[in-house]
Design a binder for this molecule. Structure first.
Ligand code: HTL
Ligand code: MG
Length: 485
């Protein structure tokens, strides 16, 4: 295997360009083998392999800095940077992190796990580089889901304004954990069907198959930052913000990506390379169902079957409680920041589609949307994992608690969460929520109490946080539930 000879990115550079697709398929096999043994972020990592190979082939890590957003898609990066022999320990106690981690490797530019931080980190690094009179490349990879977060958008606004040199690789697979949401996401879909784009390759061809148009055209347009790459009638928001836009390109054509990246490193200012990828790339059943294979437990590779998760989770008990609550009370409304599956809301979102909102990976927005609803007479339930509620701390104080608004927080994954590790443990919520005036905190001991607490919270008014752990709970019996109002 080519991979056997690669201990660091410098070994990768010894390969010929036409060997890179072979290396990419070896990396995929290895990622599948490792996640089959112990679970992990399979579909995201498979989708990012070619981008990672190309970035490491063109850039010179660790001198050049390669940043990953969330870090759950970086398994190929770990395999290429001297950690292959420890990959079997990933997400285990004392083992490798499931994300990138500065203290784990000099090739991990940032410690991460929460979404939407890579662009601000890259901007900080660009300032550091320029202030210290240094000269190296900075490339940040960010998923389409992570780009829905306020931090990413605010950083992009600043990157375009300050014109710092960097490459942003937008890894667009049209998915967050569930289907991606938002206007920017919708806009990115229109980029695939621009009229010129179809004309160039003839009608009827799929967008992805028409990506091998002359590279010279892409690059000459990319150089001219004053001109929109697309139909001048259509406004490209990246371009409008001052970030040169290149794309969309095939994020699985590793040789084309190498060619492009080599040129992009020569350009001044910030450039966004919009790469279309497929979540689960190379593994049929993962491509077909990227939601199931986003972060599966261990599985049988041949059969494509995960080890059955038995039992009824606290999240499922919460989903059941919401279906009932929304049936009984027209003011009930559930908000999720991109966590429909994990929060147990798949069924709820189908039963009450008009009282369900996914705001994207934007916990701060989720809390304040809840506040707006509460001000106008609703009883919103904001469903957030404990660790991600950290992102909404100010909003809980400023937008909800000061006016004692009836926003209910469903704080899932309270306590230690296991394999996701230090970035994801739900260990701060009790301390920070207790410090906020007007917030009541309730911890159910079983599913019946959970149901009763949500009903009681609606009756009580004011902010209430109902907090429960990861794992299973006995389902609540049908029928009456105690009055905890
Ligand atoms: N909220 C925040 C602030 N951070 C994280 N990490 C989550 C929620 C949960 N989460 C992930 S991965 C993920 C979410 C929402 C989807 C990211 O989508 P993206 O990447 O398009 O960026 P893709 O999977 O390759 O499509 C984890 O906790 C791992
Ligand atoms: Mg995505």
């Amino acid at each position: 295997m080519l991979l056997d000879a690669i201990q660091s990115p410098s070994d990768l550079k010894l390969l010929r360009r036409d060997e890179l697709p072979i290396l990419a398929s070896e990396l995929r096999r290895e990622i599948i083998r490792i996640t089959a043994m112990g679970g992990g972020h399979l579909a995201s990592s498979l989708g990012a392999v070619d981008l990672i190979v190309a970035l490491h082939y063109v850039l010179d890590s660790p001198r050049d800095r390669i940043l990953f957003d969330v870090g759950h898609q970086a398994y190929a990066h770990k395999l290429l940077t001297g950690r292959r022999d420890r990959m079997h320990t990933i997400r285990k106690e004392g083992g490798l992190s499931g994300f990138t981690k500065v203290s784990e490797s000099e090739h991990d530019a940032i410690t991460v796990g929460h979404a939407s931080t890579s662009l601000a980190s890259a901007l900080g690094m660009a300032y550091a580089r320029d202030s210290l009179g240094q000269d190296y490349q900075i490339a940040a990879m960010i998923g389409d889901g992570s780009l829905t977060g306020g931090m990413a958008l605010a950083a992009l606004n600043q990157i375009g304004f300050t014109q710092k040199n960097m490459i942003i690789v937008l890894n667009d697979n049209e998915m967050s954990i569930s289907e991606n949401v938002g206007a920017l996401n919708k806009f990115m879909r229109t980029l695939q069907v621009q009229p010129w784009f179809q004309d160039a390759e003839g009608a009827g061809k799929k967008a992805l198959s028409s990506l091998s148009r002359p590279l010279g055209e892409i690059l000459s347009r990319a150089k001219d930052s004053a001109r929109s790459f697309f139909d001048p009638q259509s406004v490209n928001p990246f371009h409008a913000m001052g970030v040169r836009y290149v794309g969309p390109v095939d994020g699985h054509d590793v040789q084309e990506l190498v060619y492009l990246l080599k040129h992009l490193t020569q350009l001044e200012g910030p450039t966004i390379l919009h790469a279309l990828t497929k979540k689960g790339k190379g593994l049929g059943y993962a491509e077909a169902n990227p939601i199931k294979w986003h972060g599966p437990p261990k599985f049988d590779i041949e059969l494509g079957e995960t080890s059955a998760s038995s039992g009824h989770s606290w999240s499922a008990a919460f989903g059941d409680a919401m279906i009932e609550l929304a049936k009984d009370d027209p003011r009930a409304f559930v908000i999720t920041p991109a966590m429909r599956e994990g929060s147990g809301l798949v069924k709820y979102s189908k039963v009450h589609p008009n009282r369900y909102l996914d705001v994207g990976i934007a916990e701060d927005v989720a809390v304040t949307v809840g506040a707006g609803m509460a001000l106008q007479g609703m009883r919103p339930v904001v469903a957030i994992y404990s660790t991600f509620l950290q992102r909404g701390f100010d909003q809980v104080i400023h937008d909800v608690a000061i006016e004692n608004l009836p926003v209910i927080f469903a704080v899932d994954r309270g306590g230690m969460v296991g394999a996701d590790g230090s970035t994801h443990h739900g260990v701060f919520d009790l301390s920070f929520l207790r410090s906020i005036p007007n917030v009541s905190i309730a911890l159910p001991k079983d599913a019946l109490e959970l149901r009763a607490m949500f009903k009681g919270a609606v009756k009580r008014g004011g902010p209430v946080a109902i907090r429960y752990p990861r794992g299973n709970v006995e389902p609540a019996p049908e029928g009456s539930c105690p009055d905890l109002g």
